[in-house]
Design a protein around this ligand. Structure first.
Ligand code: ATP
Ligand code: MG
Length: 565
């Protein structure tokens, strides 16, 4: 019998699409787009928008375009154009042959601006940026009309031509829509739609020295691509009347509907590209792909999977009215669920303590067969070598154990997983009093991990054979910020003040079982009792994998670890 399928998740945007399909509003067509500005790397907030746009199109048999919103040549770069495409593909979505750039529409956008001038609906304004701001007024105070507002169409056309031909200086003037300086919506008080920028563009080179503003370019690009549902985040709610005004005045054939949804914010991280860029530029992280970053490049390098991120985006849902702060633990749970299915289980000793089995024959090696993944029998078996000198976890021994400590202690017996019972007889210390070695005996009658006489032990420890161990670095990652919501603006406080000084702990000379010697970069493991780990694709070298901790086994473990510090 097949398992019952979970219902296809739905949300208020799907409700809108369904009612539009029912009424025939767009002839039953569904066309969405994901419109990143190539001025930084994508983060998990973008992933939510990608899942929503591509997911909605897929659910209703429609299409989703990738359109770069590249209207500001000063901050944009091909590095970002390339990383964004790689990240979307990695996340599991494809725009097929529908890769577009707003800059491809510059000619048409320019013609639309000319048309608006001819309609008497746009004018060239010489107020300075400060004056424009002052004239705009506020929510409480109505705006004031620019003295340039009532120029003739002919004069406006001539000035706009001079702007385009590079005859006027940057900041000399701008083109503004002529709407309503008394509108209660400040966005509608004659917004700027074109400005002079004498900057070279990564696609159009020096062809243009005027560039359209986002509000002007965005709605018209949507219309050119015959988008039906233009999904964007809530901060654009007040811009919707402008979106509609431009399309109505220009009487375009296709009038997409803008729909806003709440941005995703994740606890203990920041989500704005501007802030992430500061972390990179100030070298507070190693780059956009630092495994602590909420960028898709960072999450990927950390070892999070596209499937887990897609599940996360689905699970958190789509809110209509208020931006949400989602606990990062929700993401971590999605990652655990996914990795649990396929990560190979291995033994790894992160803080090694040497154990010598005094009664174990010198040079003898036992081999124990063990499962690669109990969740997945197809993952097969492997052999674990066992010998006279072993490593166990420093934490698994206490010289003076408290009452609730059941692991190894002087005179006490424990099980080494799947191997033997061992008993600690002697503690060896260095000159400073630090424990450097335990001298133990093993019981040959417990081979495989069970005593023939039925006696029990209270703890099972993982272990690694010293002679066979791979020595390597393991990086434990924790949240980048100590504050729940470091992105929330606070007077006089920089978000960087809340950086977690313990967000990265590099453990050197960890001892891992021999099977990882050939571990390929990009492979996932579960280190028994520790968590999920990933072979770092950048810093690993042949025979020496470097591991990143993706997540601990349970959130409670991570909390305990923080408490210990
Ligand atoms: P940032 O504030 O990080 O700079 P942005 O909105 O300027 O982001 P864009 O490149 O313009 O970045 O974003 C592309 C799309 O992704 C937009 O439609 C935007 O609404 C959406 N998006 C950006 N951040 C989030 C978020 N945190 N949650 C959901 N969607 C987001
Ligand atoms: Mg934006």
């Amino acid at each position: 019998m097949s398992k019952p399928q979970p219902p296809t998740p739905t949300n208020f945007i799907h409700d809108i699409v369904e009612s539009d399909n029912a009424s025939g509003k767009h002839g039953g067509r569904v066309a969405t787009r994901f419109p990143p500005e190539p001025n930084g790397y994508l983060h998990i907030g973008h992933a939510k928008s990608i899942c929503l746009n591509f997911g909605t199109a897929a659910k209703y048999g429609g299409t989703c375009n990738l359109r770069f919103d590249d209207t500001n040549p000063v901050t944009e770069d091909v590095e970002y154009v390339e990383s964004i495409q790689a990240d979307i593909h990695w996340l599991g979505f494809d725009w097929q042959d529908r890769l577009y750039f707003a800059s491809d529409y510059f000619d048409r956008l320019h013609d639309f601006a000319v048309k608006l001038i001819q309609l008497g609906k746009a004018y060239v304004c010489h107020l300075s940026p400060d004056e424009i701001r002052e004239y705009r007024g506020t929510l409480q105070k109505p705006g004031k009309e620019s003295p340039y507002r009532n120029r003739s169409v002919a004069e406006n056309l001539d000035l706009f031509r001079q702007m385009r031909e590079g005859k006027l200086d940057e900041n000399a003037c701008v083109l503004r829509a002529k709407i309503d300086m008394n509108s209660p919506n400040v966005v509608m008080r004659d917004p700027v739609i074109y400005r002079i920028k004498k900057a070279s563009h990564h696609r159009t080179g020096n062809k243009w020295c005027i560039y359209p503003m986002y509000d002007f370019a965005h709605c018209l690009s949507d219309s050119i691509e015959r988008i039906t549902h233009s999904i964007c985040t809530l901060e654009f709610e007040n811009n919707r009347p402008l979106y509609d005004w431009i399309l109505d005045e220009l009487k375009v054939e296709s009038h997409p509907q803008q729909i806003e949804f709440a941005r995703l914010n994740l606890s203990r991280t920041v989500m704005s590209k501007r802030k992430l860029m500061q972390l990179v530029n100030d070298k507070l992280v190693s780059g956009w792909d630092d495994p602590r970053m909420p960028t898709l490049a960072g999450l990927r390098r950390r070892g999070m999977t596209p499937a887990a991120i897609r599940t996360f985006c689905e699970r958190i849902g789509v809110a209509k009215k208020r931006d949400t702060l989602v606990d990062v633990a929700v993401l971590e749970d999605c990652v655990r669920e996914d990795l649990n299915r396929f990560a190979l289980r291995i033994m790894a000793v992160l803080r090694p303590l040497r154990v010598v089995l005094t009664n174990y024959p010198e040079g003898q090696v036992d081999e124990f067969e063990t499962e690669n993944n109990p969740e997945d029998p197809a993952a097969g078996l492997r052999k674990l070598p066992f010998s006279k000198v072993l490593y166990i976890e420093e934490d698994d021994f206490r010289e003076d154990p408290p009452a609730d400590f059941f692991r190894l202690a002087p005179g006490r017996e424990v099980r080494l997983k799947q191997a033997y019972f061992i008993k600690c007889n002697e503690v060896v210390k260095d000159a400073s009093g630090k424990i450097v070695e335990l001298r133990c005996t093993y019981d040959p009658e417990t081979k495989g991990g069970d005593a023939k006489d039925g006696r029990k032990v209270k703890a099972t420890l993982h272990w690694v054979s010293a002679a066979h161990a791979v020595e390597t670095d393991v990086r434990l990652y924790d949240h980048l910020f100590t504050k729940e919501n470091p992105g929330a603006e606070e007077e006089g406080v920089s978000f960087k003040d809340a950086l977690n000084p313990e967000s990265l702990t590099t453990l050197r000379l960890c001892r891992l079982e021999s099977s990882v010697r050939a571990a390929k970069p990009g492979t996932h493991y579960q280190f028994l009792r520790h968590g999920y780990f990933f072979v770092d694709p950048v810093d690993s070298t042949p025979g020496k994998p470097v591991f990143n901790r993706v997540v601990t086994l349970r959130d409670t473990y991570a909390k305990a670890e923080r408490a210990r510090r």
